[in-house]
Design a protein around this ligand. Sequence first.
Ligand SMILES: CC(C)(COP(=O)(O)OP(=O)(O)OC[C@H]1O[C@@H](n2cnc3c(N)ncnc32)[C@H](O)[C@@H]1OP(=O)(O)O)[C@@H](O)C(=O)NCCC(=O)NCCS
Length: 210
Amino acid sequence: MNLSNIVPPTHFVQFNLSDIVNTLGEDETKRILSSFSCPLNLDVENFLKTKAIEFSKRGFSKTHLVYWETSDEKEKEFVGYYTIASKFITIQRSAINSKEARKLREHGIYNEKTNEYTVSAPLIGQLGKNYTNGNNSLISGSDLLQLAIQKIKYVQHEVGGRFVYLECEDQPKLIQFYENNNFKLFGKRELDKDETNINGHYLLQYFAML
Ligand SMILES: CC(C)(COP(=O)(O)OP(=O)(O)OC[C@H]1O[C@@H](n2cnc3c(N)ncnc32)[C@H](O)[C@@H]1OP(=O)(O)O)[C@@H](O)C(=O)NCCC(=O)NCCS
């Protein structure tokens, strides 16, 4: 039996939070965001509920909501989100191989005194599945991450750039997740005083070359 005959095809659709606010207004948008929960990572949940709208408005970062939808559009579920911000990163020469060093030199600046490369790289600042009503089972973390990467590739296709950056807690499952998705560890960053929702006192820094 061909399963596609009984299971309707589905796909993911994405909405920029700024567009949602402009179309539906802030109150209705907050109502949508209140249906997001992420018990595995309260920073991811709290950011969406308390900061994402303000950060989008002020241009600090842009948040994208991801929905799972059947192709007949009869069913639609809020399955996750990601947030991207424009940043630059500084990477020690000792953390990378010669191919990466060549690409970083082409796209950024090399400091001979400190042996560091500085390059512009969009930051995937937040990424999380929506655990409300089991919606997390409708998307894999890799699919969500690929949607964020596709968005960055689209922007870089227009304006240039090859790198993407993210930070995560020192948790074996998260490390495995990002390394399986071709991200490479390049450093550690001490937490700022206001980063109180994060476990530990530092974040691991990862980059990937797109
Ligand atoms: C990270 C994420 C997108 C990966 O999705 P996925 O590849 O489909 O993987 P799963 O959700 O099945 O999780 C895999 C394992 O990692 C664990 N895990 C996920 N996020 C975790 C976290 N923040 N801290 C510790 N463990 C975590 C899960 O409990 C699961 O453990 P198990 O194998 O014992 O069941 C998803 O787990 C998620 O949304 N996590 C919460 C938000 C988050 O931490 N985002 C990363 C911010 S850097």
